[in-house]
Write a protein that binds this ligand. Structure first.
Ligand SMILES: *Cc1c(COP(=O)(O)O)cnc(C)c1O
Length: 389
């Protein structure tokens, strides 16, 4: 029986109460709690000169970003193949083609040298992510976008509350997406935020998220509906419901203690696994990030056996993620020159990582690993790494 799962939502009595209180307002659509959550996100992440638009999911935020950026049929959007399916489907649903890019072996984030080789006259945008506990250089990505005249969309699903050079995530690019789905650092059950730099674009996002209805969001924010409005655009049902936002708001009040628990677990893992031979463990500065996942790499020859033995001991592990180019629906898109991605896919695994993981679990994982690798059939060598091309 699995006792330790990779993820578990961290919900407490005050979270249930927050949802109940919101339901009792008698207004279930986007409303006063949506506004409260948007304002709280803006303040927490110090998005002073940005516009914060609450939406139903991180996926919805990405899709809206692409639509608002003017991405259309036949355009190409570069993104790492090691990414969430939401990104690929958002690109698909904008009419564009996802162009899968390789990652760097040390950060598992996008490799800009390889991205450069993928640029054609159809390339309009690049979506990059922060991954697990790593972030790429935002400055380098910004310069890359300027050099090639590309729209940059920052998928910050993993990096809500992270900083780079003392500035919070969300402040770096014209479009940033946050996700508050069930397994993210804080959750709205399902919810997302689109952060925009431009006021007109933010107004457009507010219309598109609710069927293109051209009514001021302020009316809904008072838990009221407008009875007269125009529709000027193709729209979507992407609004963030009151009760979902109420949960997000309540979770945000506790984010420092949630972050503390996650950092403590990260440190406990790093200490427990430090002397595991041939295992690559994440290195990062915990002052700047709140780790979302704990991803390690081991020799491909033992990875599946290691997962199996952990499973037998009640410890679930995950794979984040199957790369996009390996799925039937996407496999006809670029799948060349993805050596690092392919290698990472054969060697990585995600360990249980949420605020209520037992702090004994990391050392149990270490001893299962050591037993496996002290087997005479195990030939010690470094985890296969691909040279950077
Ligand atoms: C979770 C996640 C998404 C999708 O967000 P949803 O809120 O689940 O739609 C997109 N990108 C990354 C990197 C994610 O981790």
């Amino acid at each position: 029986m699995i006792k330790e799962t990779v993820f578990k939502p961290f919900l407490q009595e005050d979270d249930y109460q927050a949802i109940t209180d919101s339901l009792k307002l008698g207004w279930l659509s986007q409303g006063s709690d949506t506004k409260k959550f948007e304002d709280a996100v803006k303040e927490y992440a110090q998005l002073h000169d940005r516009y914060v638009v609450g939406v139903s999911t991180g996926y919805a935020a990405l899709h809206l970003a692409l639509v608002i950026a003017g991405i259309k049929d036949g355009d190409e959007v570069i993104t790492p193949s090691l990414n969430n399916i939401a990104d690929f489907q958002a690109i698909e649903n904008s009419g564009a083609i996802p162009v899968f890019c390789d990652i760097k072996d040390d950060t598992l984030c996008i490799d800009l040298d390889k991205a450069e080789k993928l640029i054609t006259h159809k390339t309009k945008a690049l979506i990059f992510i922060d991954y697990a506990s790593w972030q790429p250089s935002y400055k380098a990505i910004k310069e890359f976008g300027e050099k090639h005249n590309l729209i940059i969309i920052h998928d910050a699903a993993h990096s809500f509350g992270w900083k780079q050079n003392n500035l919070y995530t969300g402040n770096f690019f014209d479009y940033t997406m946050f996700s508050f789905d069930p397994v993210k650092t804080i959750t709205c059950i399902d919810g997302g935020i689109l952060v925009l730099k431009d006021k007109e674009k933010a107004q457009l996002a507010q219309e598109l998220r609710i069927m293109g209805m051209g009514q001021p969001a302020e009316i809904n924010y008072q838990n009221k509906r407008a009875w007269s409005y125009d529709v000027k655009h193709k729209g979507y049902r992407y609004h963030l419901a009151n009760s979902h936002a109420a949960l997000g708001f309540n979770q945000l009040q506790k984010i420092d203690s949630i972050a503390q628990k996650r950092k403590q677990l990260f440190i406990t893992y790093s200490q427990a696994l430090a002397d595991c031979k041939d295992m690559i463990i994440p290195q990062t500065d915990l002052n700047d990030i709140i780790p979302l996942l704990y991803v390690v790499r081991v020799q491909s020859s033992i990875r599946d056996q290691f997962r199996k033995e952990l499973h037998e001991q009640g410890i679930e592990t995950g794979l984040h993620w199957t790369p996009g180019h390996k799925f039937s629906y996407f496999k006809h898109y670029n799948h060349a020159n993805l050596k690092v991605t392919n290698n990472v896919f054969d060697t990585f695994l995600s360990l249980p990582f949420h605020p209520t993981v037992n702090l004994e679990t990391p050392s149990r994982i270490a001893s299962i690993y050591k037993k496996l690798t002290h087997n005479p059939f195990y030939i010690s060598h470094e985890v296969e790494r691909q040279p950077i091309l």
